[in-house]
Ligand binder design. Structure first.
Ligand SMILES: *[C@@H]1O[C@H](CO)[C@@H](O)[C@H](O)[C@H]1NC(C)=O
Ligand SMILES: *[C@@H]1O[C@H](CO)[C@@H](O)[C@H](O)[C@H]1NC(C)=O
Ligand SMILES: [Ca+2]
Length: 480
């Protein structure tokens, strides 16, 4: 229940494209620039081009030109790169996004792919492309069109420095956090960097995982969506609190998100039904206007909704269940109304949520999980305990780009979770990349029950790994 369809489809098209290989023309040699110590630069114009061309019109390039013409989904550049040993490298891409903000897909050795975003620039810029684990010998790195319409000058590979020790905050922000929340936080700190908690969205899909792998996920993520007052008005009856309690009673850990149906202003048309009311495109509710004064009617409705959700969180608190609480998820994407007016209203709403739940309602079982990557959207260290990202990329890769972005965002003082994924990460990859995600939670339905995202073999590998903690392996975490 995420990103725009267009965005998702872009990714899938690009991934499909990555698999095709139409015998492209082969450059006579690959220029390698090893001027910088440890770094090797590969010029794009010397690489293998499919559907793309060399040009020289945009000045400031290195080598003899750059590559352009990413206008079809299958258009790409294939670099052949060498590594003396199997080793992790930092990838830097020299790019000119002269036509606006863009995305490219990086594919390593025809398999794992990652999405790299870059912002509009009228000149060349060196963009971090994340990390790549190269095999000993020759490897291929493809840059596949994705959004297309950008210029590539070169790529640079530098051996990654080992990750320094994490400096995680010893305690939660809320000084009144209850014993259950503290015990969970302490337990999470004790495993961070050493293990990953397996997790699944929705109880029915956690049970599905158990059937498939023989192991039950350690963490269950549930949605308070159907407790939103503008859904309850239409007759919804939430059951996710009961599901959370059920999982907690068998010794599991609980994460909660909230697809907050807009309090008012739902179009409820043929195309945009009331139950889509958390999407920007399904409502004219204006979060910025609502927050502009505390005495306007829509501010009151926001508070009414928060109070309704407080009731549900309180039930979990009363049942002794600490909650990894992830409100206003994916705000920076803009596809949900709470992110539709930019960073400032989203941060303001987060501050209201924090104040209302913690200070007004005195709810003390919450561990506050923030869920956007960008520094502009960050509510601040004082109200965020854990950072997270929602990542939808096929290939069961380690998502190290997003992990490293969040290390940067939190100064390595906050633990980092993969709060929603399409594809569960393979443990050997996580360890090789030192991508120390605290947990992963696979979205339900079309993701967990879809071999293109999670093959039964990969799920088994993941759930049987020593690196991945399952429900049976975390029993008694409250006492540790
Ligand atoms: C090689 O790389 C260095 C450092 O990035 C750069 O200054 C130099 O212009 C490059 N040489 C060529 C021939 O591209
Ligand atoms: C509250 O929001 C609704 C839906 O967007 C809008 O129609 C209404 O005018 C707003 N009310 C106020 C007082 O701004
Ligand atoms: Ca070049």
């Amino acid at each position: 229940m995420v990103r725009t369809l267009q965005y998702l489809l872009c990714g899938i098209v690009a991934l499909a494209a990555a698999g095709t290989n139409a015998a492209p023309a082969r450059a006579p040699f690959a220029r390698r620039n090893t001027t910088e110590p440890g770094a090797t630069t590969y010029e794009a114009e010397d690489a293998i081009l499919s559907g793309t061309q060399v040009d020289t019109a945009q000045e400031g390039f290195t080598g003899s030109g750059y590559v352009t013409g990413f206008d079809e989904a299958t258009d790409k550049i294939t670099f052949e790169v060498e590594s003396a040993t199997s080793q992790l490298y930092d990838l830097s891409i020299r790019i000119a996004a002269i036509y606006g903000d863009k995305h490219t897909t990086v594919v390593l050795n025809g398999g794992a792919s990652s999405d790299v975003a870059f912002t509009e620039s009228d000149t060349w810029a060196d963009i971090s492309g994340g990390q790549l684990l190269l095999n000993e010998g020759t490897n291929t790195i493809e840059l596949v069109s994705n959004w297309g319409w950008y210029l590539v000058d070169s790529i640079k590979l530098t051996p990654s420095a080992p990750r320094p020790e994490h400096q995680i905050n010893p305690s939660l922000n809320n000084p009144s956090a209850d014993a259950n929340a503290k015990a969970l936080y302490d337990y999470l700190r004790s495993i961070y960097g050493k293990k990953i908690l397996s997790g699944q969205q929705d109880l029915v899909w956690a049970d599905y995982v158990a059937e498939q792998t023989g192991k039950t996920p350690a963490l269950l993520s549930v949605d308070l969506m159907d407790y939103s007052p503008s859904r309850v008005e239409h007759g919804t009856k939430g059951t996710s609190v009961e599901e959370a309690i059920e999982h907690a009673e068998r010794g599991g850990i609980i994460s909660v998100l909230w697809h907050w149906n807009a309090p008012v202003g739902l179009y409820d048309t043929e195309e945009q039904r009331w139950w889509s009311g958390f999407y920007t495109e399904a409502t004219d509710f204006d979060v910025e206007a609502a927050l502009s004064s505390t005495d306007n009617a829509n501010y009151t409705l926001l508070v009414r909704d928060i109070d309704a959700i407080a009731e549900q969180l309180k039930r979990l608190e009363d049942a002794g269940v600490p909650v990894l609480w992830r409100p206003l998820h994916e705000a920076e994407g803009g596809w949900f109304w709470w992110g539709a007016k930019g960073a400032e209203p989203a941060k303001k709403l987060y501050a209201l949520l924090y104040d209302r739940l913690v200070n007004h309602h005195g709810i003390n079982n919450l561990i506050w999980v923030w869920n956007s990557l960008s520094a502009d959207w960050y509510p601040g260290d004082e109200t965020v305990d854990i950072l997270s990202a929602d990542v939808y990329a096929q290939g069961n890769g380690p998502m190290s780009t997003q992990y490293n972005q969040l290390i940067e965002l939190g100064g390595d003082k906050k633990m980092i979770a993969a709060s929603e994924v399409g594809a569960a990460p393979l443990p050997d990859q996580l360890q090789a990349y030192e991508a120390h995600w605290l947990w992963f939670a696979v979205w339900g339905d079309t993701f967990i029950n879809n071999a293109e995202w999670n093959s039964p073999e990969n799920l088994k590998t993941i759930y049987e790994s020593d690196y991945v903690l399952t429900l049976d392996e975390i029993q008694g975490w409250q006492e540790s």
